[in-house]
Write a protein that binds this ligand. Structure first.
Ligand code: CA
Length: 224
């Protein structure tokens, strides 16, 4: 991997820039409890990266043996977003600010690639990461037809950055995310930031896995 060729970093949000996954998992579990669908908090870490609509469809199919209606997808996602903001405040992931600064100081463009449409976090990006992820440098759930692990989100991130796959890196914490980056043909860095073990990232397209965002930042500071 020659980092001198890299012009853009395509970076995931939940569980990568923000330590938000426990809150997402709790909010999803509460939605499923409300509508009478059996689920565990931990399983939502594995669905991380796919669209909310897809997660809702998966749960409704499993519980009731039929696809979710568009109304259910809309209503349950709204409920989940409401439950999410009722959780304790989300912290920036330790090491994330340092990593984003490091990349930008080396002239590497940064683009957000998230399956989320959670405005409570998207609206914080400008203050937590000044200049790094302006609205025109974001791929969100509103930008794509297919969520991760489909390559579409990261392919659209490449297009936004105006670079080819060989000129980019992906940084993502979830198996579906690393699979998406890999499928887009991009060198993919997996970061362990929660209960998902590194083997899940290695088995889903990650070219290298770091044990934290801080470790990723520290290592890249030596490679760049
Ligand atoms: Ca993530």
């Amino acid at each position: 991997m020659d980092y001198r060729l890299i012009k853009a970093a395509l970076i995931d949000m939940d569980g990568t820039l923000y330590d938000s996954m426990p809150n997402h998992a709790r909010a999803w579990k509460r939605v499923m409890d409300t509508v009478g669908v059996d689920a565990t908090e931990d399983e939502f870490f594995l669905y991380e990266g796919q669209t909310g609509a897809k997660t809702i469809d998966l749960m409704i199919r499993r519980a009731f043996g039929r696809p979710a209606t568009d109304q259910e997808k809309h209503d349950l996602y709204a409920m989940k977003a409401k439950f999410f903001v009722e959780q304790p405040p989300v912290e920036v992931m330790p090491g994330a600010i340092e990593l984003v600064k490091l990349l930008r100081n080396h002239g590497i463009d940064t683009v957000l690639v998230t399956g989320s449409g959670q405005n409570s976090l998207l609206s914080r990006l400008d203050s937590d990461f000044p200049g790094a992820f302006p609205p025109e440098k974001r791929i969100t759930s509103a930008s794509v037809t297919h969520g991760k692990p489909h390559p579409e989100p990261y392919l659209k991130g490449l297009a936004l950055a105006g670079v080819c796959p060989e000129e980019a890196i992906v940084i993502d914490n979830a198996p579906l995310g690393t699979a998406s980056g890999h499928a887009a043909g991009i060198y993919t860095i997996g970061v362990v930031t929660g209960p998902v073990p590194r083997a899940e990232l290695e088995g889903n397209g990650a070219d290298i896995v770091y044990n934290s965002m801080a470790e990723c930042a520290e290592t890249l500071s030596r490679l760049l």
